[in-house]
Design a protein around this ligand. Structure first.
Ligand SMILES: [Zn+2]
Length: 465
C-alpha cells in the first residue's frame, strides 16, 4: 500500500498529549508514516495544508488508535464460543489446549486475520500477541492485515498435572529459547518497524526456572519486552506456593529479573507486598476486565487495580481472546472498568479519562512503544481513528462529556476510519487490506474442522432444530 499524505480536517481531536488537549475544529497532517501537524485548523501552514488525501472529520472524534496489550491471535479468531461458562482448568486443559494442538499454520493465519478484522473495525490499531506455536503465521497475518503488532513464541517446557501440555506442545528448554531468539532475528522491526517481537511465557506453572532466566537474558540482549500471565486465579497462586514456595510475583522478584520490560497479564490475586514489588520494579500490568468477569477470576473481590493506578503503576487494557472475552471491542473494555466502581462502592474511581489513557498511551508505555504511538503528536506514528458521533448514542454531547460519551456511550461500530502507520486501512467501515466475506467463511470452516480433529464436544443447552 503506497502511503499518501493525509490531511484530516475539522474534527474534534483528542490528542492524549502531555497536556491532554482536546481541540475543537482541529486538524492532523500525516506525511508518510508520521504525524507532521496536530493543532487547530487556523494553525495549518505550508506543506501540512497540502494533503494528498483530505478527510473531512466534521462531527467526528479523532483520537489515537486503541492498543490491545494482550491477545491470543493464533486461536482467538477460531476459538470464539468453545469455552464459555467453564472453570479455568476446564477452559485451558479441556478446550483450548486440545484445540491448539490440532491448529495448523493456515488455521493460525486465518484466526489472526479474523481477529485483526474485528480489532480494526472497532478501533484497535496495535495489538500485543502473547504467542502460540505458529508465530510466523501470526506475523504474516498482522503484516497483511496492516495492524501494528508485537508477536511472540509462547514458551512452555514444563507439564504439571494441573496444566498438562498436549503432545508437541512440550519442548525442551533449549528449543524454546532457540525459537524465541530466531523469531526476534526474523521479525523484530519488520514492515518498517510496524512489527516487533517480545519474549513470552504462557503461564508460570508451565515454565522452568532455567527457561525464565534464559528468556529474560534474550529480552535484555535484544531490548525487547517480556509477557506472562500472572496471578489470574486464586488456584494459580496456591499452585505457585506449592511448586515455588511463594506467590508468583514474589518468586519472580527473588530471581532478580523483574524490571520495566516485564508485563504481567491479569495480575488479579496480588498481595499488598506484591503491589509494592510491581511498583518498585516498574513492572507493567495488562488488565483484561472482560476475560476476568467472563471467566469468574475474582477481579472485583481480589483485584487491586484501583490501588495499582493510585500507585502510578502503568496499567493497560487488553482483550485476551475471543475465547476468554468473546468481544475484541475496546469500547466495551473501557466501559467494563466501571466494575471497580461497584466493587469499591465509589463512582469516582476509574474516571473515563483514565479508561481512555489505559486504552491508548498507557498501552503504548506497557509495550515500550510510547515514543512512537499512544498519542497524537508531531513525530509520532500515524495510528489514528475517526469516530462518528452523528448518531443517537452520542447526542447530546457537551464539552464536559466528550470523553465520558466516548467511554460510556461509544461503541466499536461507531469507528468509521482507521489509519495505521500512515496507511488508510479502513475507510467508511470498509477494511481495505482483506476480503472480509472470504475471511468469515474460512474461519467458520476452520473452526468446525478443528472441533472435529480435537474431539472437543460441546452440546447446546437449548435444542437446535
Ligand atoms: Zn491470555
Amino acid at each position: 500500500m503506497k502511503k499518501k499524505h493525509i490531511l484530516i480536517e475539522h474534527g474534534t481531536v483528542i490528542t492524549l498529549d502531555k497536556e491532554r488537549r482536546i481541540l475543537k475544529n482541529g486538524a492532523i497532517a500525516v506525511e508518510g508514516s508520521e504525524i507532521s501537524y496536530v493543532g487547530k485548523m487556523s494553525g495549518l501552514r505550508g506543506s501540512a495544508r497540502k494533503g494528498g488525501r483530505v478527510i473531512n472529520a466534521q462531527g467526528k472524534l479523532v483520537l489515537p488508535g486503541f492498543i490491545n496489550t494482550h491477545m491470543h491471535l493464533e486461536y482467538s479468531g477460531i476459538g470464539r464460543g468453545i469455552a464459555d461458562d467453564v472453570s479455568l482448568p476446564t477452559f485451558v486443559n479441556e478446550r483450548v489446549r486440545p484445540s491448539e494442538a490440532v491448529t495448523s499454520p493456515e488455521d493460525a493465519y486465518i484466526s489472526t486475520m479474523l481477529a485483526c478484522l474485528e480489532m480494526i473495525k472497532t478501533g484497535t490499531t496495535c495489538v500485543c500477541d502473547t504467542g502460540g506455536f505458529h508465530p510466523d503465521s501470526v506475523a504474516k497475518g498482522v503484516k497483511e492485515a496492516g495492524i501494528r503488532a508485537t508477536v511472540a513464541y509462547g514458551s512452555m517446557d514444563t507439564s504439571p498435572p494441573e496444566r498438562p501440555l498436549v503432545g508437541a506442545q512440550q519442548m525442551t528448554t533449549g528449543e524454546n529459547l532457540r525459537r524465541s531468539e530466531d523469531l526476534i532475528k526474523k521479525w523484530h522491526g519488520d514492515a518498517e518497524d510496524r512489527i516487533r517481537v517480545r519474549c513470552s511465557m504462557r503461564t508460570l506453572p508451565n515454565v522452568s526456572e532455567e527457561l525464565i532466566l534464559g528468556l529474560n537474558r534474550i529480552a535484555e540482549k535484544y531490548r525487547v519486552g517480556v509477557n506472562i500471565h500472572l496471578s489470574d486465579t486464586k488456584e494459580v497462586v496456591e499452585a505457585a506456593k506449592r511448586m515455588r514456595g511463594c506467590r508468583e510475583i514474589e518468586y519472580l522478584d527473588k530471581l532478580g529479573i523483574l524490571g520495566p520490560h516485564w508485563m504481567g497479564v491479569h495480575m488479579i490475586w496480588l498481595s499488598d507486598e506484591e503491589v509494592e514489588i510491581v511498583k518498585k520494579r516498574h513492572v507493567k500490568v495488562s488488565h483484561c476486565p472482560g476475560a476476568a468477569i467472563h471467566l469468574g477470576f475474582g477481579c472485583t473481590q481480589a483485584g487491586k487495580f484501583v490501588e495499582l493506578v493510585r500507585e502510578e503503576v502503568t496499567v493497560a487494557l487488553s482483550q485476551d481472546s475471543t475465547t476468554a472475552n468473546n468481544s475484541l471491542d475496546m469500547f466495551r473494555s473501557m466501559y467494563l472498568l466501571s466494575i471497580h466502581k461497584d466493587a469499591k462502592m465509589d463512582p469516582a474511581v476509574f474516571p473515563p479519562e483514565k479508561a481512555l489513557e489505559m486504552a491508548t498511551i498507557d498501552g503504548a508505555r506497557a509495550l515500550l512503544w510510547d515514543d512512537k504511538i499512544g498519542s497524537l503528536e508531531p513525530g509520532k506514528k500515524a495510528d489514528i481513528i475517526l469516530v462518528d458521533t452523528k448518531k443517537s448514542n452520542w447526542v447530546p454531547m457537551h464539552e464536559f462529556s466528550i470523553v465520558p460519551n466516548l467511554v460510556y456511550s461509544g461503541d466499536g461500530g461507531d469507528v468509521d476510519t482507521a489509519i495505521i502507520d500512515g496507511n488508510l486501512v479502513m475507510e467508511n467501515r470498509r477494511v481495505k487490506t482483506m476480503d472480509e466475506h472470504s475471511i468469515l467463511q474460512k474461519v467458520q470452516r476452520a473452526s468446525e474442522e478443528i472441533r472435529e480433529r480435537s474431539h472437543v464436544r460441546i452440546l447446546p443447552r437449548w435444542k437446535v432444530e
